[in-house]
Structures are given as C-alpha cells and as structure tokens.
Design a protein around this ligand. Structure first.
Ligand code: GDP
Ligand code: MG
Length: 599
C-alpha cells in the first residue's frame, strides 16, 4: 500500500488559481448540468486495455486503484484530486455514486471501487455509463479532475457481453466527442502507436490532435526506440508526449518518484529524451496547466449557455396553461373564453370576416356554407326535379280532375321529392356549423383542456336541437307550399297559372317561385338560428354544462385540476429551471475571477 506522500510531486502547480474554477466545474458536473446539453471541460483518460490507465491515475493521486488482469474499470470513474495544503491533515477519500457518499481510506479504495462498480454495473463483467466519483483530498496531489474510462478490448473474454467493443466505444465516444474534452491518450511503450484502438478513436474526433495529450507508460520495460517514437509523432498528438514509469508492485509513491527520476536521468536511452517529456510530475504539471486553459476558455461560454437555457425554459414554463386557483377564477376564465369565442363566431359565421384566420380555410365557415347551399338548392331546379309522368299528367289532365287539380297534384309530388333533399341539406349544414363552432371554441379554451370536453358536449347538444328545429321548419314550409298556389309576384292580372298558357310552362314558372321561396327561407332560417346560437344559446348551454355538479359530468371545479400532461410538463420544466438556476448560482460566485488574459 502506498504511504502518504511527504512532498508534492512538483511544486509549480497548485498555485491556488485553478482550485475555485475547478470546484465550479466539478459542482456543475455533480449537478449533472451535462444532461442539459452543456458540455464541461474535462480531461478524459482513454487507452487500450492494460495500457496502464489506472496506473497513471494511481501515480498522479498516490493511491491504489483496481488494476492488472481482466477489465476492472467497467464504469466511468470521475477522479477528483484536491490538494490539501496542510500536511498535518489526514487525507480525505470518498466515493460518490447513486446519490450516496461512501467514505473510505487509502487502504480501502480498491475494495470500495469494486463493490461500487458491482452495484452500478452488476456483478458480472458488464459495463455501465453511470459514473462513480472518487474524491481524493490529500497533501501534495495536483488539483485535477479526470475521467477514467473502461479500456478498449477487441475480443470479449469469458463472461463479457459479445458486443463489449461497441459498448466501450460508445462510452468513450460519449466522453471525447465534445470539443471541451481533453483526451489523455494512454499508450504503452511496448506497442506500435498507430495500431492502438485508442489512437483511432481519438483521431476520429480530434484529427489534428489539438486536444490530445499522450502518456507513454512502461518506459522501463520498452526503452528501445522510445525516443524515436515520441519525436516522430506518427499519430499526430498536438499537446505532446510524456513518458512515464508507473509504480511496480507495492512500492510507495515516494519510492516510485525516486526510481522514475533515476530511470530517466541515468538510463542510456531514456536519458536522451528531453526532460520536458518525461516523468509523472511533468505530466501532472502539464495536465494542471492544460486544465486551467481549457476551463478559462470554456467558462464564459458555459455561463452564457446556462443563461440561454434558463431563459428558454422559463419562457416555456410561463407559456404553460395558467393554473386556476379558485372557482371564481374559473368563472372569470370561462367568461373570457365565451366572450372571445362569441366575437370570433360572429365574424366567421355571421359577417363573413376571416381576418382572425386569414390562412386557415377551415375557418372560412360562411363561404363554405354558401357553397353547400348553392349546391343543394341547385338540385331543386325544375329540370332536376320534374319527371316524365308529371308532364303527361299536366298536358292531358288527369282523368276525372279539373286542370288546376292536376297542377296542384303535380306540385305536391314535386314538393314530396324536394322534402328529403332539404332535410338532408339542413342536416349537412348543421354538421358543418357544429365542426366550425367546436373548432373555434376549442381554440379559445386551448389553455384549459379540462373544460374542452364539457364545452364540446354543450355545443353538440345545442346543434342536435338546432337540427330538430330545422327539420320541423322544413316539414312546415313544405306543408305550406302544398296548400296551394299563391304568389303576389309577377302576377299582375291575377292570371291563373294553371290555365293561362300551356300547363308545362306554367308549372316551370310557378316552381321557380316556390324554389326561390324555399331557398331564401332556408338561408334566412339558418342565419337566424346561427345568430341565436352564437348570441345566447352557446353561452347558456356551456355554462349549464360546466356548472352542473361534477358527478353529472361537468363541473367548473375541473378547471382547478391541472391536466396530468400539463402537470408533468410543468414538473419537468421546473426541475430543469431549478438545475439551471443552481448552476447559475455556482458560476456567478466565480465568474468575477475569470479575467481574460489572466495568465
Ligand atoms: P489499464 O487496464 O489501462 O488500467 O492498465 P493497468 O493500470 O491496470 O496496467 C496494466 C498492467 O501494466 C498492470 O499490471 C500494471 O502494473 C502494468 N503497468 C502499468 N504501467 C506500467 C509501467 O509504467 N511500468 C511497468 N513495468 N508496468 C506497468
Ligand atoms: Mg484500468
């Protein structure tokens, strides 16, 4: 087990500047602001299996992590290293996962991580996207937060899911794709870099390598040709290479540092590598400064994104239907809805003013009604409604009937044929009006979905009554026409149409008078009924429905209950707003410290 470090591995970092910024980013990460699509600057550790990722993290933190054979890193491990300025204070180590904080100590870390991994990802060899957070606060560690990811493995071993490669690739891609991520690519000196899977992945998202730093492990095992490999830079690593030699067996951190320093000082091949490219302390130093740069660069943008998202969510929240707190408020809302519906309907149904809905031809109700009327009444024209027998009846007279009796008889037969046509027409007209009225009313109670069904029901019930009234009216007017021949129009000499000229022409002329009467009457009848409906009945019926006791199906009290969909949406938005507000508070505390060009 590693003993506590006695001295910082290097003193140039931990200058205190980075800590508040890093704390801010860590707090945002803990708040899970990333779920809002806000990327945080993060150092992500990637590497092929057994390349030495965990060992590098151990060396940086001076602690022991699960490592070695098999895949021990099965979930992302967020490692937060925090320098503890007072060497006398004991180290503070804990694991956070699933909303829990599990305190541990240096000796217990490995077991704590293993059991937390089992809890998060199951006991088998499966992997999970849910991260663990390991906080290591002790004297001498660099102020760094890094995410360790499962090592890439091409071939599943016994017990691993068959698509383990794809699963791991997905986790890695999720972490390294964002431009805010720094990719710490761990490469073993024992392998050919261009063949590394981790190189392929990082090149896919960072082709120029501008945010990729390479750590070459196992310099002690494979010193041959290492200098050439890191100077040739075949794999385009923009942030440079650092060669290291990690802890071997159970040596202490201090022993590890001394041995590594001696190795790079004295080894005939390794000593030729520039000192700015070797050792864990150099790596720590580089990481701290890269981290400081990326955080300073990203924070202003993060602040802006938080503000924008907060504003957008608040706007969405405010646009949700208003909650109604009392029956009185419910009535007020209902009166508003009815008044505005009445205004719209008067325009659409009575005056033919479509100004409110210029684009929506569905709303041009009266135009459509007139079209239906024209089509329906055209059918009543003589040529459509006359039939063969009536001509002969008229021309020859019916046996035993006087000529005007034959005329009346023919008229009545025509009226009998016209009656179902008119009945069907009024039915169609009311059906169309019903749809129009319900559309308009629904639009006006959009914000109160709870009363829509009641309002619709009320309209349906009035229209059913209107249909009956109109059917009665048709029967009545047809009955009146059947009574006999009367017109005050165009009949100056009191001419008897039945005998004046030939009976067929007389019938045609008289039928035109009847038809005009029927059509004009029908239009006036419908408009009159519509006016009553809009001006009085709709309001009465809707109020009646909504003030009926709830058990009766209505109930203005319903307006007080929020629909579950709206309630869910409100809950979801409120949570996001809360998260973003907390995030905003977090950044507000430090934003004053980010002065451009502070370096
Ligand atoms: P990971 O799978 O990438 O996390 O790799 P590990 O950190 O578990 O390392 C795999 C093996 O390589 C372990 O047995 C380590 O002890 C060993 N190892 C890692 N780094 C070095 C190093 O720099 N030198 C030597 N000699 N062995 C190392
Ligand atoms: Mg590992």
């Amino acid at each position: 087990m590693a003993a506590a470090m006695h001295a910082p591995i290097i003193s140039s970092y931990n200058n205190g500047r980075i800590r508040p910024l890093l704390d801010c980013v860590d707090k945002l990460r803990a708040l899970n602001v990333m779920q809002e699509g806000i990327q945080l600057p993060t150092i992500v550790v990637v590497g092929d299996q057994s390349s030495g990722k965990s060992s590098v993290l151990e060396s940086l933190a001076g602690i022991s992590l699960p490592r070695g054979q098999g895949m021990s890193t099965r979930v992302p491990l967020i490692m937060r290293l925090k320098n503890q300025p007072d060497p006398e204070s004991p180290p503070e180590i804990h694991l956070e996962f699933n909303g829990k904080i599990v305190p541990t100590d240096e000796a217990g870390i490995e077991d704590a991580i293993i059991s937390a991994t089992d809890e998060v990802a199951g006991c088998g060899k499966g992997i999970s996207h849910t991260p663990l957070t390991l906080l290591v606060k002790k004297c001498g560690v660099p102020d760094l937060t890094m995410v360790d990811l499962p090592g890439i493995t091409r071939v599943p071993v016994k017990g691993q899911p068959h698509d383990i490669y794809e699963q791991i690739r997905d986790i890695i891609m999720e972490h390294i794709t964002s431009e805010e991520s720094i990719i710490l690519n761990v490469l073993s000196a024992t392998v050919d870099f261009p063949t590394c899977e981790s190189i392929r992945m990082s090149q896919a998202v960072d082709p120029t390598g501008k945010r990729t730093l390479a750590v070459v492990t196992k310099a002690d095992i494979a010193p041959q040709g290492l200098l050439e490999k890191v100077t040739a830079d075949e794999v385009r690593i923009g942030l440079g290479y650092v060669c290291v030699s990690n802890r071997i067996g159970s040596e202490s951190s201090q022993d590890e540092r001394n041995r590594e320093a001696e190795l790079f000082d004295t080894h005939p091949l390794l000593s030729k590598i520039d000192k700015s490219m070797v050792s864990i302390p150099v790596l720590a130093d580089k990481l701290v400064s890269i981290q400081e740069n990326i955080i300073s660069k990203c924070l202003p943008d993060i602040v802006k994104k938080i503000q924008d998202k907060l504003a957008a969510n608040l706007e969405e929240l405010n646009a949700l239907p208003k909650t109604i707190a009392s029956v009185g408020e419910g009535f007020a809302a209902l009166i508003r809805i009815l008044n505005s519906t009445k205004r719209s309907l008067t325009k659409l149904l009575l005056t033919g003013d479509f100004g409110e809905y210029p684009e929506d031809t569905e709303m041009h109700i009266i135009a459509k009604l007139m079209e239906m009327l024209n089509r329906g009444t055209a059918f009543l024209k003589s040529e459509n409604i006359e039939n063969e027998d009536e001509i002969s009846d008229l021309e020859m007279g019916l046996p035993g009937f006087l000529p005007h009796r034959a005329f009346l008889y023919t008229l009545q037969k025509r009226l009998n044929r016209a009656s179902p046509v008119l009945l069907k027409l009024v039915g169609d007209l009311w059906a169309y009006i019903e749809t129009g009225v319900i559309n308009v009313l629904s639009l006006h109670c959009e914000n109160h979905p709870q009363i829509q069904s009641g309002a619709t029901r009320a309209v349906e019930s009035i229209i059913a009554k209107k249909k009956e009234e109109s059917a009665r009216w048709v029967t009545e007017i047809i009955g009146m026409e059947k009574l006999g021949i009367y017109t005050c129009k165009n009949n100056p000499q009191g001419m008897d149409l039945a005998t004046a000229f030939d009976a067929k022409t007389g019938m045609a002329a008289y039928w035109e008078i009847v038809r005009t009467r029927l059509v004009d009457g029908l239009v006036l009848h419908i408009l009159f009924k519509c006016q009553k409906l809009v001006e009085e009945e709709m309001e009465e019926e809707v109020v009646k429905d909504l003030t009926a006791p709830p058990s009766g199906g209505g109930g203005i009290e319903r307006m007080l209950e929020e629909s579950s969909l709206v309630a869910e949406e409100r809950e979801r938005l409120s949570k996001r707003v809360e998260l973003l507000q907390e995030s905003q508070d977090v950044v507000a505390k430090i934003i004053g410290r980010i002065v451009p060009g502070d370096d």
